[in-house]
Design a protein around this ligand. Structure first.
Ligand SMILES: Cc1cc2nc3c(=O)[nH]c(=O)nc-3n(C[C@H](O)[C@H](O)[C@H](O)COP(=O)(O)OP(=O)(O)OC[C@H]3O[C@@H](n4cnc5c(N)ncnc54)[C@H](O)[C@@H]3O)c2cc1C
Length: 573
């Protein structure tokens, strides 16, 4: 069961305490309690996901932002964005970001994982070794519209017995046929790739989503489903925020950190508790929550910690550094056609769609708004390579992600088409640090967006690629003209300024507690995810990625958490 008061929990000793019941935390909670002898406590700051309609209806996911289900973080002024502050949503709910995300299921390329193996010296992080864990997470299912999907994915690279539902997009749009016609006509970078989740991520593929039976499949619905919450050894406490991890003892001069301090409710005035894990504390508070709690606890850059009045227990300067996210913005192309040839949803449509969803779990509300994505490389001949190194992990790795947003209702197109422009592997890096030693004071989050000149040039390469794609003859009848964030005839300078005025985070922050080889004098965790310079503490979430995957990040987090569960279980067997 899910509890909101620590006093309501049975008085047992916990083998493992998991900080954060998010994407990774829910996986660990499930897998570690497969062993009935191990008691596990999950501490989640946000409320339960149960019954939250916006988290169940796939098309409602945007409603969750700027609510109680969001941490509502705002970045520091971003020099690369003309000093704007940008919003960075994060799930504040059981299931974490997987309960509020866009449900895109994209794994990245095999190169991405092979690079992790190379930079950590642990072959277990390679694509080949992780693929079984990727598949262990996945429960492939038919899309909600039950169309014939042969030729739209590669059966052999998908798992059928996992926990998280993965399916193909479910709301056909007029745009779909056009994308595939253009792909056929242009080929090359725009060739059709039957499954961009196969390790070779390049080309245009159909979108796979974490949706099953018309509902969002999150880490909470999948790994903390009622059948698992029934386990007597699994204890889930929501609406309780961890404020610190504390040194429990010292073992041969090494601080042992197995005690967790937490505060009930959403404000600093709640009751305070401490709990000590018999085996390990696992930090799964995400790319912001994990480094924030570590720093509050004295684990981080000793100089920076002392400056805010925190006594360091482990000097790990990499905590909170290497913050990596993909810069992105959307181009809007109105269709030069009249209203009868296009489709604009009304309030009446919305009501009908909700009624259909409630009755059958089918219809337009099962869609996430995107059906296909182009993953492409910047040409080898581009002048960009004269001044910049290639940030991609290898030749099967795209530099750019270009999702297509149609918005119509088949067979009519929407009044506008959107093309998202994302730098899949950026060069810019940001950081997260303490504003003060008050755990309820939000951290300073510097996303570093567009601070490296490569990233802006790469976005401009993305614009060229989109324009090239739209020259395909199939688009002629739509009379597309660019309306936002600049015009077809804008100058180079106007385009650069427009990008800096609208670009934002792709909401995929990673890397703030990154893995490095055992014994390295940089990085935060060893390849087995144990925090360096202390004992009793591991990190399992998006923060451990040394490099971002060229993708949306949930599939990689699930893979990390599935492998971590095995590693942790093995070390206590
Ligand atoms: C709006 C949005 C859209 C996205 N879209 C996609 C997408 O379409 N596809 C995709 O693949 N990825 C997407 N992502 C990214 C993806 O969801 C994340 O990378 C992934 O879920 C992160 O998992 P995690 O376990 O690292 O962290 P989280 O899932 O964020 O889990 C961290 C958990 O810890 C809790 N927590 C934090 N601090 C504390 C504390 N002090 N005490 C107690 N609990 C704490 C949080 O409340 C949260 O539940 C999106 C993310 C967002 C926010």
């Amino acid at each position: 069961v899910i509890q909101e008061a620590f006093t309501a929990l049975p008085k047992v000793s916990y083998d493992f305490v998991i900080v954060g019941g998010g994407t990774a935390g829910a996986v660990l909670a499930n897998r570690l309690t497969e062993n009935p002898r191990w008691n596990v406590l999950v501490l989640e700051a946000g409320p339960s996901n149960e019954g939250v309609l916006d988290s169940i209806v796939p098309n409602y996911s945007f409603n969750l932002q700027s609510t109680i289900y969001d941490w509502n973080y705002t970045s520091t002024p971003q020099p690369g964005l003309n000093n704007r502050r940008v919003a960075i949503p994060r799930g504040h709910i059981l299931g974490g970001c997987s309960s509020i995300n866009g449900m895109f299921y994209t794994r990245g390329s095999s190169d991405d994982y092979d690079r992790w193996a190379k930079v950590t010296g642990d072959d277990g992080w390679s694509w080949k070794k992780l693929l079984p864990y990727i598949m262990k997470n996945e429960r492939w299912t038919t899309p909600t519209d039950r169309r014939n999907i042969s030729g739209q994915y590669n059966h052999s690279v998908h798992g059928r017995n996992g926990k998280t539902f993965v399916s193909l997009y479910s709301v056909p749009e007029a745009l779909d046929a056009k994308i595939m016609e253009a792909s056929k006509e242009l080929g090359g970078d725009f060739r059709h790739n039957i499954d961009t989740n196969s390790g070779d991520a390049l080309g245009i593929g159909w979108l796979q989503v974490t949706v099953g039976n018309g509902e969002r499949s999150s880490a909470a619905t999948a790994y903390l489903a009622p059948e698992y919450l029934k386990r007597p050894n699994l204890h889930v406490l929501v609406k309780n925020r961890v404020t610190k991890v504390l040194q429990t003892t010292t073992n041969r001069g090494v601080p042992v950190v197995r005690t967790v301090q937490f505060s009930e409710g959403y404000t600093s005035t709640g009751a305070k508790y401490e709990v000590t894990a018999q085996k390990e504390v696992i930090m799964s508070a995400g790319s912001f929550g994990t480094p924030h709690v570590l720093q509050l606890s004295g684990i981080g850059d000793a100089k920076e910690l002392r400056a805010v009045g925190i006594h360091p227990i482990a000097d790990l300067p990499s905590v909170g550094k290497n913050l990596t996210d993909q810069p992105q913005f959307t181009l809007i192309w109105p269709l030069g056609m009249n209203e009868t040839q296009t489709f604009t949803p009304t309030a009446e449509h919305q009501a009908q769609w909700l009624a259909e969803w409630r009755a059958n779990r089918t219809g337009p509300l099962t869609g996430v708004g995107v059906n296909s994505i182009a993953w492409i490389r910047i040409p080898d001949s581009s002048p960009i390579w004269q001044n910049h190194s290639d940030p991609a992990a290898g030749r099967k790795t795209p530099h750019l992600e270009l999702p297509f947003i149609g918005g119509g209702l088949y067979p009519l197109p929407g009044r506008i088409m959107g093309t998202n422009n994302v730098v899949a592997e950026p060069h810019s890096r940001g950081s997260i640090s303490l504003n003060s030693k008050d755990p309820f004071d939000p951290p300073l989050i510097d996303m570093g967006i567009l601070t490296h000149p490569y990233d802006l040039l790469a976005l401009k390469e993305g614009i060229s690629a989109i324009r090239k794609f739209l020259t395909a003859s199939t688009f002629a009848e739509w009379n597309l003209s660019l309306a936002y964030p600049f015009k077809d005839d804008s100058t180079d300078e106007e385009i650069e300024q427009a990008i800096r005025n609208v670009a934002a985070s792709n909401v995929h922050p990673v890397g703030t507690a990154a893995m490095s080889p055992k014994g390295a004098d940089y990085g935060v965790v060893d390849p087995d995810l144990r925090v360096k310079k202390v004992a009793g503490l591991r990190i399992v979430d998006a923060s451990v990625m040394p490099f971002i995957t060229c993708s949306h990040t949930q599939a990689a987090v699930y893979a990390i958490a599935e492998r971590a569960s095995d590693m942790i279980a093995a070390s206590w067997r």
